[in-house]
Design a protein around this ligand. Structure first.
Ligand code: GLC
Ligand code: CA
Length: 564
C-alpha cells in the first residue's frame, strides 16, 4: 500500500451551524470556527471537515445548495473563508468542504431555468419526465419519505426526481455537460487551497435506467431506493472520471459517504489510485437499522458492535484505509447509542473512545464527541428541526404507535441529537452564542462542557487528547497507524479486544459491561500506555493483577504494549 500524508492524521467534523457563533445571531459561523482553531490544534486534530456552508435555503441544513460558488451569508463571506484557509494553514491544519453533487437545491439557478424550459439545456441537468396518465415513472421511496417524484410546478405535467427531500432535485450525471460543470466547480475550490472534500451521498448518482418499479416493501406502495441502488451498475465510470478530472490533479484528500459497495469493488474505491482516499466505515451505524423505519430498529449490543468493526477491518486492511467514526451529524451521539442505556459515564465514554480510535484507519471525531456530548431530550415533536426525524415520526404513527411512543422512538435516532450547539462553557448559552441558539442546547450543558474538561486531567476531553497524542507518538505511530489489526478473545461476551501488530504489538482491551471481570490473556503485558481508571481507582486495580490474566473493572479499557 502506498503511504499517504494523511494516514497518520486525525480528522474532525465541524457542523458549522452549531459550532461557535461569533455575532450573536444564534447561528454558528466561519469567524466562530476561526476563533476555535487553537482549541482544535490543542486537542491534536489535523484535518477539519466542514459540513456545507454554501448558499442554501437550508431545507436540509445546507445539503441543498443553491450556489456552489458562494458562502451562505449566515455563515459569513468568501473573505472569511479565505481567512479560515490561511489560519488553518498557519497551524498545519487542512480544510475539507462537503461536496454535495448528487443533488442541488430547487432554488439553484439551474433548476429555476429547468422549470421555465423543461425541454431545454437546463432541463437536461435534472431527471425530468412528462407524465400524462398520472402514473409515476417508478415507485421508489425518497430517503426522507414519499415518492421520489414531484411536480415541477403546480398543475404541470412535468415531474422531477429527488432521492432526498423535494427541495433537493437530483442532478443528471448521465449528462456530460453537468459532469463538466461539477468538475469545474471542484477544481475552483481546490485551487483556492482546500485539502479536499467529504463527498456526500455519492453512490446515488447512478440510477437504474430506464426507471422501473420494484415490489413495494411498505403499505405506501413504494419501495426503498436502496433496492434500486443494489442493481445500479456503472457508478465507477463517473467516480473515476471525477477523480481524474479534479481530485487527482490536486492530490486532494477525499472521503466518500459510501454505503453499499461490494467486497470486490473495494480496491476501486479506496485501493491505491482509487476513486477516493478513504470512505467512512458505516458498519456500526447500520447495525440494527430496519428498512421499515426507526420504529422497527434495534440498538446494537456490544458484541454486535465489536463483530461489525472486526469484520470491516478484516475486509479492508489489505486494500486501504477506512475512516472510523462513532457518530456524525446524521446519527445519534455515539456514547448514547453504543453504550448500554443507563451506563453512560466518563469511564464508559473513554472506553468506547479508545476501542474505536485505535482501530486501523483514519479516526474522525465529530464536534463535541471529545467532551462525551450525549443525546438531547425532546419533550415535544415541535422541538424537532430535522426533516428526517419528522418523517420517521409520521412513519411510527402510521405503524400504530401513540404520539408519546413515536416521540420516544425518534428521540433516540434523531439527527438533531448531534446538532445541538457545542458546549463551550457552563454559562446560560454554553458559550456558543450571546443570542438565542437556532436549536435548543442540550440541558446537560451546565455539566458537560469544554471549559471544565480542559481544566480536568481526568476528563473525556483529556483522554481524547491522550489518544491522539499516543497515535502521534514516534514510538507507537508506525504500529498504531499501519499495524495489522488482529481480533482476540472474540469468544468472550461483552469484551472487545485486539492487537495492533506492526513494529511492536499493542493490545487494546475493553470490558464492555458494568460488571468487573478477569480474563486470561494470550500475551504478557509489558507497559501500559493508556487506561481509563482515575488515579484513585488505579492503585487498587494494580494490586488485583496476576500474571497471565487481566482483571478489568466495569467499562475499563487498557492499551498496552504486549509481548507474546
Ligand atoms: C448525506 C448527509 C445528510 C443529508 C443527505 C442529503 O447523507 O450526510 O445530512 O441529509 O446526504 O444530502
Ligand atoms: Ca452567527
Amino acid at each position: 500500500m502506498e503511504r499517504k500524508w494523511w494516514h497518520g492524521k486525525t480528522a474532525y467534523q465541524i457542523y458549522p451551524k452549531s459550532f461557535c457563533d461569533s455575532n450573536g445571531d444564534g447561528i454558528g459561523d466561519i469567524q466562530g470556527i476561526i476563533s476555535k482553531l487553537d482549541y482544535l490544534k490543542e486537542l491534536g486534530v489535523d484535518i477539519l471537515w466542514l459540513s456545507p456552508i454554501y448558499c442554501s435555503p437550508c431545507a436540509d441544513q445546507g445539503y441543498d445548495i443553491s450556489d456552489y460558488y458562494r458562502i451562505d451569508p449566515q455563515f459569513g463571506t468568501m473573505e472569511d473563508m479565505d481567512e479560515l484557509l490561511a489560519e488553518a494553514k498557519k497551524r498545519d491544519m487542512y480544510i475539507l468542504m462537503d461536496l454535495v453533487v448528487n443533488h442541488c437545491s430547487d432554488e439553484h439557478e439551474w433548476f429555476q431555468k429547468a422549470k421555465k424550459d423543461p425541454e431545454g439545456e437546463y432541463g437536461k441537468m435534472f431527471y425530468l419526465q412528462k407524465v400524462t396518465d398520472g402514473k409515476l415513472l417508478c415507485n421508489w421511496r425518497s430517503y426522507f419519505g414519499g415518492p421520489v417524484w414531484d411536480r415541477l410546478e403546480e398543475g404541470s405535467d412535468w415531474y422531477y426526481f429527488h432521492a432526498f427531500h423535494k427541495k433537493q432535485p437530483d442532478l443528471n450525471w448521465e449528462n456530460p455537460k453537468l459532469r463538466e460543470a461539477v468538475y469545474r466547480m471542484i477544481n475552483w475550490w481546490l485551487d483556492k487551497g482546500l485539502a479536499g472534500f467529504r463527498i456526500d451521498a455519492i453512490i446515488n448518482i447512478k440510477k437504474v435506467l430506464p426507471f422501473r418499479d420494484y415490489p413495494a416493501d411498505r403499505d405506501d406502495g413504494l419501495c426503498s431506493i436502496q433496492r434500486m441502488l443494489a442493481d445500479a451498475k456503472g457508478v465507477g465510470e463517473f467516480l473515476g472520471e471525477m477523480r481524474d478530472k479534479s481530485f487527482a490533479l490536486h492530490d486532494a484528500f477525499t472521503v466518500g459517504e459510501v454505503f453499499n459497495e461490494k467486497d470486490e469493488e473495494l480496491p476501486d474505491f479506496i485501493g491505491d489510485g482509487g476513486y477516493f482516499s478513504t470512505m467512512f466505515d458505516f458498519k456500526g451505524t447500520l447495525l440494527g437499522k430496519s428498512e421499515q423505519g426507526w420504529y422497527a430498529s434495534r440498538i446494537p449490543t456490544p458484541d454486535e458492535y465489536r463483530d461489525a468493526c472486526f469484520e470491516n477491518q478484516k475486509r479492508v486492511q489489505k486494500v486501504g484505509f477506512l475512516a472510523n467514526i462513532i457518530e456524525n451529524h446524521d446519527e445519534p451521539r455515539g456514547v448514547s447509542h453504543y453504550i448500554p442505556q443507563g451506563d453512560c459515564c466518563d469511564r464508559s465514554k473513554k472506553m468506547l473512545a479508545a476501542l474505536y480510535f485505535l482501530l486501523r484507519g483514519l479516526p474522525f471525531l465529530y464536534q463535541g464527541q471529545e467532551l462525551g456530548m450525549e443525546n438531547t431530550i425532546f419533550s415535544d415533536i415541535s422541538e424537532v428541526d430535522d426533516i428526517s426525524t419528522l418523517d420517521e415520526y409520521q412513519v411510527a404513527l402510521r405503524a400504530g404507535y401513540s404520539p408519546k411512543e413515536a416521540l420516544d422512538i425518534v428521540a433516540h435516532y434523531s439527527r438533531d441529537n448531534a446538532r445541538t450547539p457545542f458546549q463551550w462553557d457552563g454559562s446560560e448559552k454554553a458559550g456558543f452564542t450571546t443570542g438565542t441558539p437556532w436549536l435548543p442546547l442540550n440541558p446537560n450543558h451546565t455539566k458537560i462542557h469544554a471549559e471544565q474538561q480542559q481544566a480536568d486531567a481526568e476528563s473525556v476531553y483529556a483522554f481524547y487528547k491522550q489518544l491522539i497524542a499516543l497515535r502521534n507518538d514516534e514510538e507507537w505511530k508506525e504500529t498504531l497507524v499501519y499495524g495489522e489489526l488482529l481480533p482476540i478473545l472474540t469468544e468472550e461476551k461483552n469484551l472487545m479486544a485486539y492487537y495492533r501488530k506492526g513494529e511492536k504489538t499493542v493490545l487494546v482491551i475493553g470490558n464492555f459491561q458494568k460488571e468487573a471481570r478477569t480474563v486470561k490473556l494470550p500475551c504478557h503485558i509489558q507497559t501500559i500506555l493508556l487506561q481509563n481508571l482515575t488515579k484513585e481507582e488505579q492503585k487498587e486495580w494494580e494490586q488485583a493483577q496476576k500474571e497471565g490474566e487481566i482483571h478489568l473493572e466495569g467499562y475499563q479499557v487498557v492499551v498496552a504494549e504486549a509481548l507474546q
